[in-house]
Write a protein that binds this ligand. Structure first.
Ligand code: M6R
Length: 602
């Protein structure tokens, strides 16, 4: 969601900025732009749509030598995704890019308009540049004008601003939206995530909320409040190889296939012969904890629900689930002896981050299960368990989900060991099952071929119901989310036993039921629910062990002796099914319409 890139140096600035934006494409966007300042003059370009439109717009622009530049991919919040609303937004002599939302923009805008400022766009961002220029007019000091601007705005932001009166400088500020500074041999870089920095910078500074300052070719000065700070640099991975498609059609497909391998990494050094190990947690971390509150959004929320069954079943600890955006505003009751667990792939999801801050403020111990080290959520939580899925580029989350589930299962066993809720034999069985996760997640080519063939029958209809029971219910939710995200077909996830309480009214041959039919949990109960739908002529695709005599289609699952292994194998099937349906419909699987990878606005 909105990507920012900045560069100060002499290395082919246009290409540097465009390459950086390309690396951020996975975050989702609907327009893009860049501004380059050279010799005290700013040139600015913007285009609606994909980056290729901006590449065309800048085809004849070829700055050489030292320059300063800012660039942006925009995911529309205030105003349509048009060229005029794309960033950078310019004033008389400065330009700004911004990720986040300026909450008091309307008041600021009204004041500026009353003083004669003309606005071109409908964005909240444009106030920043006009506010800055009006402060500069008053006190003639760019640094002071930027400081006053930052103090005047409320909301969430990562901001880069350039000004022709400070020809080698980028002003920056960060609050609630990610921003990092990288130093490379060819200059100084800014970016919203590691992706544009990997391969060009050896290390990065991850700016804390409330940071602001300026950078030029000689130095980067960072302040928090009025005080200058010297933040630590953290090393970056050295190569970009992990971020290429490697022969797959889409990042999402590559990431589905990678699940088996990354599962091995998630488990590395976390399994002893007969126990789970989580060295990230201090020895006394769980002391006094009597229940869990699991909080997340989207796919990560589905991992939360699925794991709540596992926590209660294996660790005998109460586990309640919260959608972060709901939790934030419903005055939730917090109990001091609850562990607040947030789950997030990106570690930057605004709702989850704010929920985490609320829980901390309420005095709860907090734990993040996160894929991105140094992300805002990982830094905010008392402890973090990294999922080690590697960079996930497909907007539709896949390997992040699988690795979250592994970590949550490990955590359930870890808690069970500590509390004595699990017997020795049962624990040994669970550890043995965990070791089999990489094989349960491996994709068999015949399976993928079968899914590809079957997908052609599921391109129409008036809707999909993914149904399942127990942990297969949250997996049904995830199956429906995957399908709707990339195919744009209407899909719902439902507990199989709940269909008869209303949704079954929709059943006819054009209602596609995707039934997750476990062999290990509630087999007969689920089958009865499915029979009820078959009796009403719903078209049925069963995903599970034994075939239904009357199923229209069947995708068999090999895992039959542990529910969570069945769960993982089915996970790959629902992901591939969504992928193949979306491919047949001609959709851009990696960048579905209206979606962003990292949702940094509320
Ligand atoms: O980065 P997070 O895990 O916090 O993201 C949460 C959701 O935005 C994310 O899972 C979203 O639902 C994905 N597009 C699902 O595929």
């Amino acid at each position: 969601m909105c990507g920012i890139v900045g560069y100060i140096g002499a290395n082919a600035i246009k290409k540097t900025l465009l390459d950086g934006l390309k690396e951020l494409e996975y975050r989702g966007y609907d327009s893009a732009g860049l501004a380059v300042m050279q010799g005290g003059k700013i040139d600015s370009f913007k285009a609606a749509g994909k980056l290729s439109a901006l590449v065309d717009k800048t085809a004849d622009f070829d700055p050489k030598g030292f320059a300063v530049g800012i660039a942006h991919t925009r995911w529309a919040t205030h105003g349509k995704p048009t060229e005029i609303n794309a960033h950078p937004h310019g004033g008389a002599h400065s330009a700004v890019v911004h990720n986040g939302i300026i909450e008091n923009y309307q008041t600021l805008k009204n004041d500026l308009i009353a003083n004669g400022t003309k606005f071109l766009s409908q964005t909240d961002t444009e106030v920043i540049v006009h506010l800055y220029e009006s402060f500069l007019l008053q006190n003639k000091d760019p640094f002071k004008a930027f400081e006053l601007t930052i103090k005047a705005i409320d909301g969430a932001y990562a901001i880069l601003l350039i000004d022709e009166t400070s020809p080698s400088t980028i002003f920056f500020a960060k609050k609630g939206s990610p921003l990092q500074i990288g130093e490379g041999v060819s200059g100084r870089y800014f970016a919203s995530s590691d992706a544009p920095l990997v391969g060009v910078c050896e290390n990065a500074i991850y700016l804390e909320d409330g940071s602001w300052g300026y950078a030029n070719d000689r130095e980067a000065k960072i302040f928090v409040g009025d005080a200058p700070i010297s933040p630590r640099k953290k090393p970056l991975p050295l190569t970009k190889s992990a971020a290429r498609k490697e022969g797959f059609r889409f990042f999402m497909e590559k990431e589905i296939y990678e699940q088996s391998k990354v599962a091995g990494e998630t488990l590395t050094s976390r399994l002893n012969a007969d126990s789970a190990r989580l060295d990230e947690l201090p020895e006394d971390f769980l002391t006094g904890v009597i229940s869990l509150r699991l909080c997340a959004c989207g796919t990560s929320y589905h991992a939360a629900i699925a794991s709540s069954y596992v926590f209660e079943r294996l660790a005998k600890i109460e586990a309640r689930c919260e959608i972060a955006s709901e939790f934030r505003y419903r005055d939730p009751l917090l109990r001091a002896n609850e562990l607040f667990v947030v789950i997030s792939q990106s570690g930057e999801t605004a709702d989850t981050l704010e929920a985490l801050k609320m829980a901390k403020k309420g005095g709860l111990k907090t734990l993040a299960i996160c894929n991105v080290d140094n992300s805002s959520i990982a830094r905010e939580a008392d402890a973090t368990i990294l999922t080690r899925a590697g960079i996930e580029k497909g907007v539709a989350s896949t390997k992040a989900f699988a690795t979250q589930m592994i970590v949550l299962w490990l955590l359930a066993l870890y808690i069970a060991q500590k509390s004595g809720a699990i017997g020795k034999d049962k624990l040994a069985q669970e550890i043995a099952a965990l070791r089999r996760v990489p094989s349960a997640l491996a994709i068999k080519s015949e399976r993928h071929d079968l899914i590809r063939r079957l997908s052609k029958r599921y391109l129409h209809g008036h809707g999909f119901f993914f149904i399942g029971r127990d942990i297969f219910y949250p997996l049904a939710l995830e199956g429906a989310l995957k399908l709707k995200e990339i195919s744009y077909l209407h899909a719902e996830g439902y507990p199989a036993g709940e269909m008869k309480h209303g949704p079954i009214a929709l059943a006819d041959s054009e209602l596609f039921t995707i039934a997750l039919t476990s062999e290990t949990l509630l087999k007969e109960k689920t089958r009865s629910n499915v029979e009820e739908l078959i009796a009403r002529d719903s078209t049925l695709l069963a995903i599970g062990g034994d075939r239904f005599a009357l199923a229209d289609d069947h995708l068999p699952i090999d895992e039959r002796d542990h529910p969570i292994l069945e769960f993982f194998e089915m996970t790959t099937v629902i992901q591939l099914l969504a992928l193949e349906i979306a491919v047949r419909l001609g959709n851009d699987v990696d960048m579905p319409r209206n979606l962003a990878k990292s949702v940094t606005v509320e």
